[in-house]
Design a protein around this ligand. Sequence first.
Ligand SMILES: *Cc1c(COP(=O)(O)O)cnc(C)c1O
Length: 422
Amino acid sequence: MDHFNYADGVLCAEDVPLTQIAQAVGTPVYVYSTATLTRHFGLFRQALEWTDHLVCFAVKANSNIAVLKLLGDLGAGMDVVSGGEYARAKAAGVPGDRIVFSGVGKTAGEMRQALKGGIRQFNVESEPELELLSQIAASMGLRAPIAVRVNPDVDARTHAKIATGKSENKFGIPIARARDVYARAAGLPGIEVVGIDMHIGSQLTDLAPFRQAYEKMADLTRALRADGHAIRRLDMGGGLGIPYTRDNAAPPLPIEYGQVIRDTVGGLGCEIEIEPGRNIAGNAGILLSRVIYLKQGEGRDFLILDAAMNDLMRPAMYDAHHDIVPVIQPGVGASVRPYDVVGPVCETGDTFVRGAQMTALAAGDLVAFRSAGAYGAVMASEYNTRPLVPEVLVSGDQFAVIRERPPVEEIIARDRIPGWMG
Ligand SMILES: *Cc1c(COP(=O)(O)O)cnc(C)c1O
């Protein structure tokens, strides 16, 4: 469920007609709903209310500090994967003891930054990382709280580019090596072992891979405890999928996912962390765009929009599908026709969908890409010197620009002509 619905024939974000936002801010623009973000965060909290837990929002899904502050004020923790994301979480007012640091390539500088600013735990992904973290923490007179990210070698049955829990993926330590790595960790002066971490992939639409992975985590918890490690926290990762079309069967609900966690690791007395990103933000956002031209092609019509692959990369990168709907509600029984929906970027890959059955549209009409609140704006670039797409947050009948569209002059002003060119 989300809060983007038609009212009086116009698609609205909560109580704000998207036509009003297009007029005030221009297009393309991302629009997020406070009510949807709040609702989805609440569903995860509810799914874990049987135990001590922290829902850490995966910042990489949507890192705008207004979104982070909204979730942080509701009690969310944050899962960050870079020093930049760590700084964003802090800028949004999230305390360090609610920030988890994940990622395979943490640098010495990032480790120092997080140790200095406060950190709940590092999810360590390799032995060299463990050694470096210990050195740095010890040099600061600290012990870094860690969980080792364990790769359970399960097939997440999702798109290859977002599967992370198979042994061939770059993530985590093979589960067979986990006991050795924990033994090493326990002997390091700058390390404090607090738990175990896993994250097997994104956009999972089936609970079976989670169950398989979490059963392995339960076994590992028992084995590590028998080895003398104080395992008190389990980080289950993120990855629960969302419906990207209204026709498909909906993925499992957070409450069902919570039940899998309870069934598998619920009896171990551990504090539970989860790191959902897409499931909180995905259906809380749309990308609003305007039709520039309707171009008649050979046997097909192209709808050329002012949004492009640089603004919403998922279709070009993952062959992802987003429903594209008209902002002005079509009349009942309006006829549909096939369109190839494309952007202005000079790449054939700048195609959002081919042969989509849509009601007739014309130049100047507004459309909305649904389910664009996660991995949308965060992946945007300035390719073709198209200014970074702005973002708007709606709450009830109010809306605010939470990231401005930069003027082209500002983009060009970042470049420098070397002195020797005169
Ligand atoms: C990407 C990622 C997440 C979030 O995944 P979603 O599919 O958006 O829920 C959580 N944890 C880690 C370590 C990640 O890399």
